[in-house]
Design a protein around this ligand. Structure first.
Ligand code: HGY
Ligand code: MN
Ligand code: MN
Length: 422
């Protein structure tokens, strides 16, 4: 591998802005910025200020996404869109999504003086709800842009019973106009997303940057194990229908089946009810997230988990039920745009054959793929840690990422300007 690119001032600014956004949190103990909250509004206010300083005209769309636009060599051209999301999981790191948005702003600022030569407009987008932390939705901002808003989402409620509709109105959005967030394919050239890897592969390969080949589509569920709540002392074992013991067997099977099939499945939350120290649990609620490199494998894993869960729970006199809350098809990154990402990495780092890897994590690019070609650039993160406060990147890697994204944009421009091959 060639020596890393020297950190340019832009990387320092991107990192300082990541720190500034990290302070915008609903929690005093860590980072938590969820959809349609005051923190969402404050983060957008900061990002809109940075976009404005970079020369972008800004607007908020009807789904709460923030956009900036730099016109190309003539006004009104289709746009090459760069971006990611500003919402977070609970107790998040400071780079998931944020690094992609701020790198995009940085690239726009660098290209500002040359925008008049670009054969497309350059847009930067900060998506509003990639994680789905608040309403158990995911990718709703980018799905609205792809024209795939689901009317059922309006009635999803957060932990306090506030629905998406109520939160949207309080945020100043007009639910009846959400369709206006949709972009038409002919308005777009493509979508490029820079993101931290959220896994250990680039670090293991000793490379700063990689090209994403495809993005795994997750399916998510809420699960219930229903047994019978009874006295913890008085109920003999043969009479127990303990929902928590049954759920514990399900959790172990989820891991074992995923490893056996080569997929990924996670129980991220599990709650026992009524939750008394002296009561046999009568009900367990849990979440399940299932992914794999290919949708067919993922779906097979879901089936195996569902069948195994029913059998295991029945044997313990309990009932197992899964309700799907989210499903996204896996997406292949577009070869020509991915070639521009690879060319960008080569130009920025001298790495002529950057690693190619599939994304185990979901991204807004998956939603955008329904309306425009997409490609992604991964930046190495320390120990592959993400969705946790320990997310870390180096200034040199961020500098390389911003340089590569800029060079990728210029490569897309050069390819569009070149006469078509005979
Ligand atoms: O969960 C995911 O894959 C993504 O980080 N939202
Ligand atoms: Mn995430
Ligand atoms: Mn993300």
């Amino acid at each position: 591998m060639s020596a890393p690119a020297p950190a340019r001032t832009g990387a320092a600014r991107v990192l300082a802005r990541c720190d500034e956004l990290a302070a915008v949190s609903a929690s005093p103990h860590g980072i938590e910025r969820t959809h349609l909250t005051p923190e969402h509004a404050r983060a957008d206010e900061l990002a809109a200020g940075w976009m404005g300083r970079a020369g972008l005209g800004t607007r908020r769309d009807a789904a709460g996404n923030l956009w900036g636009r730099l016109e190309g060599r003539e006004p009104g051209l289709p746009a090459l869109v760069l971006g990611s999301h500003l919402d977070t999981v609970a107790d998040a790191g400071r780079y998931d999504g944020v690094l992609g948005v701020l790198s995009a702003v940085e690239v726009a600022e660098r290209l500002r003086g040359r925008a008049g030569q670009l054969p497309f407009a350059l847009e930067v987008v900060a998506f509003s709800d990639e994680e789905g932390t608040r309403f158990a939705t995911a990718l709703t901002g980018s799905r609205a842009v792809a024209g795939q808003w689901d009317e059922d989402w309006w009635e999803r409620a957060d932990a306090d019973g506030v629905t998406v509709r109520e939160a949207a109105l309080a945020f100043g959005l007009e639910p009846a106009r959400v369709g206006e967030a949709a972009r038409r394919p002919e308005e777009l050239v493509g979508y490029l997303e820079l993101h931290i890897e959220q896994g250990p592969h680039l670090e293991a390969a000793d490379r700063a940057l990689g090209v994403v080949t495809s993005i795994a589509g997750a399916r998510r569920f809420t699960g219930r194990v229903t047994g019978e709540a009874r006295h913890a002392g008085g109920t003999p074992y043969p009479r127990r229908r303990d929902a928590l013991v049954a759920a514990a067997e399900v959790v172990l099977a989820v891991e074992r089946l995923a490893v056996e099939l080569g997929g990924i499945a996670t129980v991220g939350r599990l709650q026992a009810f009524p939750g008394g120290v002296n009561v046999v649990p009568g009900l367990v609620e849990l979440t399940l997230d299932v992914r794999a490199e290919h949708d067919a494998l993922r779906d097979e894993l879901v089936e195996r988990i569902a069948r195994h869960g029913e059998r295991t729970c029945r044997a313990r006199g309990t009932a197992f039920e899964l309700v799907e809350t989210h499903a996204a098809p896996g997406v292949t990154c577009e070869p020509a745009l991915s070639a521009s990402i690879a060319a960008g990495i080569a130009a920025a780092t001298g790495d002529a054959a950057p690693p190619r890897l599939w994304s185990r994590a979901g991204h807004d690019a998956m939603a955008l793929a329904a309306i425009t070609p997409v490609a992604m650039l991964f930046v190495r993160c320390e120990d592959g840690i993400s969705h946790a406060p320990g997310e870390a990147v180096t200034a040199a890697d961020v500098a390389a990422g911003v340089d590569a994204l800029e060079a990728a944009v210029l490569d897309v421009a050069a390819r569009r300007a070149a006469p078509p091959r005979p």
